[in-house]
Design a protein around this ligand. Structure first.
Ligand code: ATP
Ligand code: MG
Length: 421
């Protein structure tokens, strides 16, 4: 688990702010659910045979002897909340969330035990065009952040019946070759055979080249649905690559599954993943309701954003993640000057300016060095002389120009001066 420090958090806030605006424009409302849920929710919602539930959950008994779990993902909680508050009786719900998730994984670059997701869930989304809209939402958000090198990968998992038929065919095929499978995949053969498809083991991947594919097992209706989604994306000019191995880690997906990967991330390449989960809501006790959603990993997105900013120092990503500089640096020294400076900083801040007030009391020379380093375009200088006369000296830091002197009151005149380019 990692601490987030001011430098990183500034970029973080930019991304979250853009996401928030993006969702508002698209008619999604924010939802916040507790970090802690009953363990049972994830066992029912995600499935016992998944890595997330089987190996990665932080679960413990609370003082009332209930089994609790720190949420490993957002979807099950959002569906629980929607059911508990009867939201679905008011029609379809377009929701988004942002916050920490917890998984007991091996920490490495782009993989933490506490990480953060931004996600959307559209509950009651039935038609294939909602798949297109939801994928577009993710694609456009990432594009608006100026990150290039993204790849949208797409697959269809078909209906529950398609998957059942495919599972049987795949298991039969793999059972004849089970000695060639890695040990993890051998276990999955009986617990979660579809997950074998995205095994990271090279020999297993080589073996799978000739295995039956999900695409062959799709019913006509499922295939037509998948083609509609592809046509919709093409019509919007969103490029994608079909990936028949893309199965996603959680049990509840059906039909459309997708991931957005980046060429900047090495092994942990997936920034955003999602898909359709038509079975989940009824599985958690609601009426049969189709739904689709995605979640993106904040830490991975920030890695991509930093790479983009470095690759193009004048691009969108660089602009978005630039450290904010103060509007003015306030140099001040001497008992009266320091008192006046505190009040002046307060007045300027109240008028919306970003003011760096030197609090050191050190020599003017040192303060001016700090003023230069701050990146502020102006310094305001208050010594004992200025304070006595009720004035402040205005010193341009970015351009060759003379200092000028300006009265301390009214402060509006100072603001006007500082904001004049
Ligand atoms: P992976 O295959 O990388 O483990 P996943 O399929 O488990 O990903 P999802 O459950 O789909 O991931 O979560 C959506 C996104 O959340 C991922 O694409 C990734 O960006 C991010 N994410 C998932 N697990 C972690 C983690 N442990 N640390 C950082 N980010 C993560
Ligand atoms: Mg994972």
């Amino acid at each position: 688990m990692v601490d987030l420090l001011p430098g990183a958090l500034q970029r973080w806030q930019v991304v979250e702010g853009m996401a928030r605006e993006h969702f508002q424009r698209s008619g999604f409302g924010e939802i916040r659910t507790p970090l802690l849920e009953t363990t049972d929710l994830f066992c029912r919602g995600i499935g016992e045979a998944t890595d997330v539930v089987g190996k990665e959950m932080y679960s413990f008994q609370d003082r009332g002897d209930r089994s609790c779990t720190l949420r490993p993902e957002g979807t099950a909680s959002v569906v629980r909340a929607a059911l508990q508050h009867g939201l679905l009786s008011q029609g379809a719900q377009k929701l988004w969330y942002a916050g920490p998730m917890f998984r007991y994984e091996r920490p490495q670059a782009g993989r933490q035990r506490q990480f953060h997701q931004i996600g959307v869930e559209w509950l009651g989304a039935e038609r294939s065009r909602s798949d297109v809209e939801v994928i577009t939402l993710a694609w456009d958000l990432l594009a608006s952040l100026g990150v290039g090198g993204l790849q949208l990968e797409l697959n269809s998992l078909g209906s529950a019946e398609d998957r059942q038929a495919y599972r049987a065919a795949l298991v039969a095929w793999l059972q004849q070759r089970s000695e060639a499978l890695d040990p993890d995949s051998q276990t999955r053969l009986s617990t979660n055979p579809l997950r074998i498809l995205d095994s990271k083991n090279k020999d297993t991947q080589a073996l799978l080249k000739d295995a039956p594919t999900l695409a062959d097992a799709l019913s006509d209706a499922s295939r037509e649905r998948f083609e509609e989604v592809q046509r919709g994306l093409t019509a919007l000019g969103i490029p994608f690559r079909l990936n028949p191995r893309l199965v996603r880690g959680l049990d509840y997906y059906s039909h459309t599954a997708f991931e957005i990967t980046s060429d900047q991330l090495g092994a942990q390449a997936t920034v955003c993943g999602g898909g359709r989960y038509d079975g989940l809501i009824s599985q958690l006790g609601g009426a049969q309701t189709p739904a689709i959603g995605w979640a993106l990993g904040m830490e991975r997105l920030l890695l991509v954003l930093e790479a983009a900013a470095q690759a193009d120092p004048h691009g969108v990503a660089a602009r978005l993640t630039a450290t904010a500089t103060p509007d003015v640096f306030l140099v001040n020294r001497g008992a009266k000057a320091e008192r006046v400076a505190l009040g002046l900083a307060r007045d300027l801040r109240a008028r919306g300016l970003r003011v760096e007030l030197d609090a050191s009391g050190s020599a003017f020379g040192k303060q001016f060095k700090r003023a230069d380093r701050s990146g502020a375009p102006w310094a305001l200088v208050l010594g004992e002389e200025e304070a006595e006369r009720g004035e402040v000296r205005l010193k341009p830091l970015k351009q060759q120009a003379e200092d000028s002197t300006i009265a301390l009151a009214p402060v509006a005149a100072i603001v006007k001066k500082l904001l004049t380019p």
